[in-house]
Design a protein around this ligand. Structure first.
Ligand SMILES: Cc1cc2nc3c(=O)[nH]c(=O)nc-3n(C[C@H](O)[C@H](O)[C@H](O)COP(=O)(O)OP(=O)(O)OC[C@H]3O[C@@H](n4cnc5c(N)ncnc54)[C@H](O)[C@@H]3O)c2cc1C
Length: 436
């Protein structure tokens, strides 16, 4: 029997992850990417424990660690003076067993591309998909070529073409009201500031966040502490048609006038900066149609306020790959099993509720981070400072998901691969019972 042929549209983190894990299941994989070169978009990225767990299962954790730092904790600080409001340590408070990595996107992508090459994934650049034939599981490229497979995975990101085809109408993402400035600095540029406070911050392996009226800022090391990443959000003032543009450094500094002097010092070392419109999408009615499934930002772009967007794309890719591997095994051994469309529906059933929870969680973090100074902010700060990170009795929860141990454990402690295998076993058992 020929291996199942999986055609993945899009070579971002989600598409490459799905490709690697599919090859690990013995599937044939083609990745179709419209870009001429695989160039990472953006600066740093956090790899939370639910994603690093998957890379430990597929042998890439050590390679990722060679390029990253392990964040010990995420700290929330007050915008004005940097007062510590809450420190959430990964090992102690969150009890996570896999590391929380912080890495440059270029390094993350390099590790994934190298692994694709090693595993023999057929990555085709300059291959923009324009149309799809659901009945015959084929895609048509801009140059007219037609590529067919047994399964098509739409990993084509925020502005997905395949999403519109599955839904049967255009469905662009919506504005979130925020934009982000993003950039990286070298350690040397920060050391040249000759600030003991900046030096001390650089020596700590932390994700530091300053939260303030309508904006927040995130700072962490990448490239093993040789560079640092800074993201700063502000209310979106980009025209609707502009997705990203070169930012003006003076305008950026003016937005953060009056913020913690430590953060303002760091801003002076910014060599250049990009401004990004932040978009998301409401829950889709369906992520699959026949032998076609969407993953990652194509079906659930999130506000990045929990560092989970790419992690979800990795989980999605892993679940699709593992389920298809099990499908192939059952087919080969002539076991009664779900069809490919039913298998893809199992993937959707495993992920959809989870990404909806994350979507709502990101919006609630947007509110938490961006409160104006006043009684509500004072109450928030009091609650954050007193956070105990304890298991609460069933039925009760913390006022903010950021300090809610049950919520955080459900997100960060997830074993996506194990869940996919369990769901498959349950389904096979049900089929066995109904055919007995
Ligand atoms: C400011 C900011 C910070 C973030 N920080 C984090 C973080 O710390 N942690 C985290 O987990 N997530 C983070 N995210 C979210 C994360 O970047 C995305 O969720 C993730 O990159 C989505 O991956 P993807 O593979 O689904 O899509 P993409 O990375 O967008 O990849 C889609 C690919 O498809 C290609 N493509 C598109 N159309 C076609 C076509 N028709 N034919 C062929 N190819 C096509 C594109 O060229 C692209 O390469 C952040 C996002 C932002 C904006």
């Amino acid at each position: 029997m020929q291996p199942l042929r999986v055609v993945i549209v899009g070579g971002g983190i989600g598409g490459l992850s799905c490709a690697i894990i599919s090859r690990n299941q013995g599937l044939d994989v083609i990745v179709l990417e419209k870009a001429e070169k695989l160039t990472p978009v953006g600066a740093g990225i956090q790899i939370p424990p639910n994603a690093s767990r998957i890379w430990s299962q597929y042998g890439l954790l050590e390679r990722l660690r060679e390029h990253s730092s392990i964040s010990k904790a995420t700290q929330l600080r007050r915008w004005k003076d940097g007062e510590l409001l809450c420190s959430r340590s990964v090992g102690e408070e969150l009890d996570a067993r896999w590391p929380w990595l912080v890495i440059h996107r270029a390094d993350y992508q390099r590790v994934l591309v190298d692994e694709c090459e090693r595993l023999g994934v057929d990555v085709r650049l300059k291959s923009e998909v324009q149309d799809i034939d659901f009945d015959n599981t084929k895609v048509t490229l801009k140059n007219g070529d037609i590529i067919s497979g047994d399964v098509i995975v739409g990993a084509d990101g925020l502005w997905s073409t395949l999403r519109a085809r599955i839904l049967g109408h255009d469905s662009p993402p919506q504005e979130t009201g925020d934009l982000a400035y993003r950039g990286t600095f070298s350690l040397e540029a920060l050391q040249a500031l000759r600030s003991p406070a900046v030096d001390e911050l650089c020596q700590q392996s932390l994700v530091t966040m300053w939260i303030g009226p309508e904006s927040h800022s995130v700072f962490y090391p990448v490239r093993c502490g040789k560079e640092f990443n800074l993201v700063m959000t502000q209310p979106d003032d980009l025209p609707a048609s502009v997705k990203t543009e070169e930012g003006d450094l003076d305008a950026m500094k003016a937005v953060f006038e009056g913020w913690d002097p430590l953060l303002r010092q760091i801003l002076t070392a910014f060599p250049s900066v990009l401004r990004w419109k932040m978009m998301h999408h409401d829950e889709l009615a369906s992520w699959t149609k026949g032998n076609v499934a969407l993953l990652g930002d194509a079906c659930h772009p999130l506000l990045p306020y929990q560092a989970q967007g790419a992690a979800m794309a990795v989980e999605d890719g892993a679940i699709i790959a593992v389920l298809l591997g099990l499908y192939q095994h059952a087919e080969k051994n002539s076991l009664p099993h779900p069809s490919i469309p039913e298998t893809l529906k199992l993937y959707e059933s495993l992920q959809k509720k989870r990404t909806t929870t994350l979507h709502l969680g990101s919006i609630s973090n947007q509110h938490l981070y961006h409160l104006d100074d006043g009684p509500e902010q004072e109450e928030r700060d009091r609650i954050l400072k007193e956070a105990k990170f304890q298991e609460l009795p069933d039925g009760s929860s913390e006022p903010f998901i950021w300090i809610d141990l049950r919520y955080q454990k459900a997100i960060l402690g997830r074993d996506a691969v194990g869940d996919a295998r369990d769901r498959w076993e349950e389904t096979m058992a049900d089929i066995g019972k109904s055919s007995a």
